[in-house]
Structures are given as structure tokens and as C-alpha cells.
Design a protein around this ligand. Sequence first.
Ligand code: CA
Length: 566
Amino acid sequence: MRKLQRAICMILCAMLCITGCGKDPNTDQTAGGQPAVSAVQMLDFNKDLTRVDRDDKYRTTYEIFVYSFCDSNGDGIGDLNGIRSKLDYIQDLGFDAIWLTPVHPSSTYHKYDVDDYYAIDPVYGTLEDYEALLQECHDRGIRVYMDLVLNHTSDDNAWFKAASDYLHELPSGWEPDTSYCKYYDYYNFTRQPSDGYAHLEGTEWYYEARFWSEMPDLNLSSEAVRGEIRDIMAFWLGKGVDGFRLDAVTYYYTGNPDANTEFLRFLTETGRSIKADCYLVGEAWTDRNEIALLYGSGIDSLFDFPFSNNNGFIVNIVNGTYAASDYVKGMLLAQEAYSSANPDYVDAPFYTNHDTARSAGFYSADEGPVTKMAYAMSLFMTGNSFVYYGEEIGMKGAGKDENKRLPMYWSDDADDPDICAGPPDKDEIPMKFPSAAEQMKDDLSIWTWFREVIRVRNAFPAIARGLTESVDSLSDSNVAAFIRRSRESGTANSASDGDLLIVMNLRADTAVKEISGEASAAGGADGSADNNLTLAAVLNTGEENITYDDGVLTLPGYSIAVFTMD
Ligand code: CA
């Protein structure tokens, strides 16, 4: 009953939007017509926040497209030692995990077609370089996820070459015999061509190749192939890899979600049998229903595609197509769908990746605040949140794949040795925002915003680990408000997480929200005590301050307030 009373007590008393210049008459800081202080409030307000470390799978992960990130040896190609030289940069931003795109030998620049699963491509370095990178990441508390491409191999892979050689020698009309060539069974060969199959030249055979004739699909039902996969996972987990990003999981068995779920279950159980806390995140570029189905495999994470890219929840909300409150609705839909399939799921929100356009190009007239808020929405979702390199400085790049993978814009120095040449056939695309070196010196930059958002995420474990509850009385078309409720006490996640009320102004206009004078916005975590709201962290995209006085919260355009509740 008390809980109900408290819920009723959560009354929106007043709300108004002030258009125009956004100066707020209620704030002391701007009284008397004086200009707001030039410093950004959050840098002072949040400066004493400290990160809370947990030995769990809720991370903030930096996606590195290895070819384009940082070159250490002057050949213009990003490499492992280059990544190692940037760990300070990655850690300063607050990331505690990295996902590297494939590092195995491959003739393509992206390397999503593997020649040899047990080796490192020489242009990226050596196995020793990889081990050194792993060691240094672990010394810093940074986890490392390897990209595991299992839907297909390269046609230069020794498995495919052996199968191809065998079929070339097989007399016409004879049935293949895996006791002569076990690799015949590693791929899906047939004499009957159909959609998604390529011709094996010089033979009467065709093979499944959904993406490209040079990427033959593996026969994932083969016990021999599954044995190979088990060995590959054991090899890299043995080296210290913390988990795998699984490429193209909806193509494992194209058009067959049940079979894909079964195979993900095999991968999950195999990984955990080798290393109990092996982390897996799958790329299922599909809708919420199919993602939920795949969570039935027990896999830790699947990328939360419905929030991503230039047509997902986040962009539709910041562009005004959807209401701000739809952000909370979307999170609740995901939470309900995914947790019912796998109660231990760890959401994997992201906004962009190496296959999507970069977000700075999503908005026609943005000077930065929209780019900042959209990423904050991604980083305020629960789970293991992923950020594509370069997004922290608002890089541009869209259209053909090469342009989505442009060299990390470290500086304007043409002789900067870290800067890569980028993919062959890329276009020269002018950047919209300054380089990393410039933005790191600017308190109002996108880079500084990312660092602050992640600092707040790391200081309050419930942001990544809690359960979302809507606060309908505070949410509207411009404002998204929600509670992040710590999990039940006694679990590893809960000890001192504390519940949070998070209020985000996703529009340019200032929002003023009167929150109940008793500050009892919702029940305490234990359901017994009234709670007090304390403004615990602020995030401003501009120079205007966030204030909370006498129960009145004033949020300048594009800003976020985080309250603790006790
Ligand atoms: Ca290099």
C-alpha cells in the first residue's frame, strides 16, 4: 500500500517549456542578466565521482576497426601495437572493454573472411603482439573481445582449398566420401544451384556463399566443424581472451531462427565449459522478436539493433519523430522481451558500428548537442554498451562501407604517425567536428561529453545493471524520465548500487519539472523507507546550469540529471 501511495505521490506538479534563448528565471546562476559562467557545470559537479568496479559482464566497450585505428610502424595500416599505444586514450574515456574487428590472416582489409583462425594477420602484428596487448589490457582492467566469424571462411582458408581440390579431382557423377576428404563436409556443397550458392569453377558443384563467392558458408551442423570451433575458442580463451563477438548470427542457418538458437546454445555452452565467465555477444541484425527468440539460447548478449542506426529508436526520438517518452517505452519493451527469454541477459546497446553510417551525419543541422544526447541515450541503457571508435569525436562517414571505416581522426597534423591510410577506395570526406587532439582540450567538445557520460555510468552501477521503471508523470514529448532500480539485494550486482531517478531533456527548449516536495518520487529499494532525491550527477551539453531547488528541477536544452534515491 505504501508503495502505491508513493507511486501516487509521484505527481508532476508543473511543467513548462521556455522557448527562445533558454535562459531560466529560476536559476540563481543566470540571475541579474549576467552571462552564465563559461565553465561547464558537469566538470566541477561530477569531479568527485569515482568509478565502481564490478567483476561482471556489464561493461562499456570501445569497438576498434583495427585497420583504421592507429598505425605503429609507418605502413599506414592500423595494428595491434598501435592499439596498445592508445590504451591510455581508451581508458581516459572510461571504457573497460575493447572489441577488435577480426585480426586473423585475410586478403581483405576488413578481414571478415578468415584464412587461418589460429594466427594474426602479419599487417596487424604477431601472436606475441596480441598477447602483449591482452596482458596490458588486463593489467588495466580492460577486457578484450575477439571477433569470431563462423558463418563463413575465406575461400583461401585451407579447409575450403582442400575441399575444392578434392571436388576438382572427383570424377563426374561420383559421390563424395568424407573418409577421403573430411573437409568436403565443412561446407555446404550441392549439385543443385539455388539462391545464395556460388559455382565451384571447373566442377559440377555449387557451394553456399550468402555474402560473396569468396566467403563460403561453413556447414555448422557438421560435428567436425563444431569440433574445430571448440578448439578455436579454447585456443584464444587459453590466451586470455575474455569473450567473443559473433559475426552474422542470423546467417548461421539463413532464415531459420530455431536452428540459429540451437547453434548459439552450442557456442554459449562450449565457451562456458572452457572458461566459466566467457562473454558472448551476437550480431543479430534483426527485430526485437527475433532477438528475443535468440536469447532463448542462453547467450549473454545480442546487439540491440532496434535502438541503433539511422532508423532506430534513438535517432527517431532525437529527430522528433517519436516522443522523448518513447525512449523509456522502448527500453521497457526490450527489457520485457529479452528478460523473459533469458533472465540473465545483458543488453548490448550501441548506436553505430562499422556497418552503419556514422551518427554525426544523421542530423541535418546539429552543432553537437544532438550528437551528444543521442549517444548518452545509448550509454544510459542497461547492459554492455558499445561505442564505435571515432564516434566520441563525431566523425563523419556514410555510403559505401569503406567510408564508414575512415582513419581515426587523431589530429590535424599531416605528419601524425598514428593516423592510418584507411581502406583502399575510401573517399576523402571532410570532418564536421575537430580532431581528437583539439576536442580533448575543449570542455564543451563531444569528446569531453563522452568522458563525462561514461564517468557517470561507471560511478553508478545501477545505470548499467539495474531494471528500468517508467516515470510517466515526468516523461513527455521532450523529457524522458525513468528509474533504474537495483536488482534485489544479496545478488552480486546489488550491494551498494542504489536506485536512481534519471531525467533527460532531449530537446533544445529548457524544461522545468516540479518533483514532489516530499521528494518521494518512488519507493525505496527496500520498500519501506521514504526516499530523498539527491542530485548526484549532471550532464550539460552547453554552458547553462542544471539546478534543483525546492523540488524544482530545471534542465536546460539537451541535458541530463541523475538523482540518487535513499
Ligand atoms: Ca601498421
